[in-house]
Design a protein around this ligand. Structure first.
Ligand code: AMP
Length: 282
């Protein structure tokens, strides 16, 4: 496979996509912040199955990081990413710099409510406005037929579906299942921050979610299940649990076990100075 072209300007990107479109081709977009791992590559595989051309964006979006977040230490490895994306058969890497993404005087944002308000919305104020704004811009820059998002960031997926629905953006959002290491830990660029001892403890998060989902699906004793899982996480040396909860899988509002709707167990918890998030279906 030839290495993918790295495109830095909206003008060049549009010219490329226009050429594909004129030839009747379809386009999948996979938005990322780089530091790519096998989880990201599973989104690329899905994109390649569903469209004839695949664009992967790499942009560490400053507006979705809060003041206490890890923007300056967020891992970056464009050369390594390009190699992986070449091997995965990606056509174009869309990697604008911050000035190309946010022009001088930039003053317009997309502020999602609804699914963006609880959970991450409470712990990371402004995060989803940053995500929704940059994704809306990416959709408008690339103009893909479909965009692939990972269930790993389940609330983000719900928020993006909501934005696309509410703003009539003519793109199909496709969800990719969470890719995990053998021991169950969801793959994440942030796993690189974990010390070996923390890495060994980290799969307790997935085990806790599975425990809650299993009890919720059978006995319905949700509060008890969450109590047990919280205890297990703290015993596995998680320092702090931001949330561990079951929500309606679509709205992320309260989960009504008998309402015939799907539930989702979601958690965010700290292992040392690293915040991990994960979720599974009930
Ligand atoms: P990020 O670079 O962390 O912003 O992630 C870019 C995209 O990859 C998002 O749609 C994520 O949900 C998705 N992603 C990240 N990790 C995983 C994973 N372990 N499994 C599936 N998708 C993932």
């Amino acid at each position: 496979m030839p290495p993918p072209r790295i495109v830095r300007t909206v003008k060049a990107l549009r010219a490329t996509v226009h050429k594909w479109r004129s030839a009747g081709e379809s386009v999948a977009l996979v938005p990322t912040m780089g530091a790519l791992h096998d989880g990201h590559l599973s989104l690329v595989t899905l994109g390649r199955r569903k469209a004839t051309r695949t664009v992967v964006s790499i942009f560490v979006n400053p507006t979705q990081f809060g003041p206490a977040d890890d923007l300056s230490r967020y891992p970056r490895d464009e050369a390594g990413d390009a190699k992986k994306l070449g091997a995965a058969g990606v056509d174009v890497i869309w990697a604008p710099n911050a000035d190309e993404m946010y022009c001088e005087g930039f003053a317009t944002t997309v502020t999602p409510m609804g699914a963006a308000l609880p959970l991450e919305g409470e712990f990371r104020p402004g995060h989803f406005a940053g995500v929704a704004t940059v994704c809306t811009k990416l959709f408008s820059q690339v103009g893909p037929d479909i965009a692939i998002f990972g269930e790993k960031d389940y609330q983000q997926l719900c928020v993006i579906r909501q934005v696309v629905r509410d703003l009539n953006i003519p793109i199909k959002i496709v969800a990719a299942p969470t890719s995990r290491d053998r021991d169950g830990l969801a793959r994440s660029s942030r796993n690189a921050y974990l010390t070996p001892v923390e890495r060994a403890a980290a799969p307790a998060l997935h085990r806790a979610l599975k425990g809650v989902a299993a009890i919720a699906a059978t006995s319905g004793l949700i509060n008890k299940a969450i109590e047990v899982a919280t205890h297990d996480l703290l015993a596995a040396s998680f320092a702090k649990i931001d949330y561990l909860t079951i929500r309606d899988a679509q709205t992320l509002g309260a989960y009504e076990p008998n309402a015939g709707r799907s539930g989702r167990v979601l958690a965010a918890a700290w292992l040392g100075s690293t915040r991990l998030i994960d979720n599974i279906a009930v």
